[in-house]
Design a protein around this ligand. Structure first.
Ligand code: 3PG
Length: 210
């Protein structure tokens, strides 16, 4: 799968934190039922690789790994079936390990220096994290003026309330966020609510022509 295919099929990329593979499968099924066809499973818990492996069995779900901060996690994520790797910052060694594994790399950049490092690694799309705390759409537009052709995946502070604003910006390839898979919903097994919030996000994206 190419980056372009991934993000055009998934204008909303849920950032998932789970403590077990079983929780991950519950979340994954609830997302798919709501029309979201990907999940970024973060390496913030020890269950990440097991969850990626189990969720990769869900029909119609493309599973990636998030919060990947070193090459060992890239290796574990790819071995578990992750099709893309997202990081909260840019590490050349993480990007290279991801490229060598043949999967999609989405490191975060919030300023020109890091964007130049990303371009040097051959990337044309970066995560913009933490989006709202880094100036949101105004910063994306300012950076975009300096780096034509670059696309962004803003994440961090994106929600149903501002999703349409972000997706209305042409250089925004997709938005990441945890609002439809909040920890309390996952812990409560509130799958119907996750499905409802997912469907709401998909509807907003459709209204934006995504
Ligand atoms: C991330 O790692 O991308 C963020 O934790 C997601 O941010 P949010 O919780 O504000 O959506």
């Amino acid at each position: 799968m190419s980056l372009q295919d991934l993000l055009s099929a998934n204008p909303v990329v849920p950032v998932v934190v789970v403590d077990s593979a079983q929780e991950g499968v519950g979340v994954g099924r609830a997302l798919v039922a709501g029309g979201i066809t990907t999940a970024e499973v973060t390496f913030r818990t020890a269950a990440a690789a097991d969850a990626i492996r189990a969720m990769s069995e869900i029909e119609g779900l493309t599973v990636g790994a998030g919060t990947v901060v070193n090459p060992a996690q890239v290796e574990a994520a790819v071995a578990a079936g992750a099709q893309y790797i997202v990081s909260p910052g840019l590490s050349a060694e993480v990007v290279r390990a991801t490229q060598e594994a043949g999967v999609i790399s989405l490191p975060a950049c919030t300023d020109g220096s890091w964007i130049m490092a990303a371009l040097a690694l051959g990337l044309d799309t970066v995560k913009f994290f933490p989006a709202e705390a880094s100036g949101g759409i105004a910063t994306i537009k300012a950076l975009s003026a300096a780096f034509p052709g670059l696309r962004f995946m803003p994440t961090g502070g994106v929600s149903a309330a501002n999703l349409a604003d972000y997706l209305s910006v042409p250089v925004v390839a997709a938005c990441g966020g945890s609002w439809m898979v909040k920890k309390d919903l996952v812990k409560a097994g509130a799958w119907e609510e996750i499905t409802r919030l997912s469907a709401e996000a998909v509807a907003i994206a459709k209204e934006c022509g995504r």
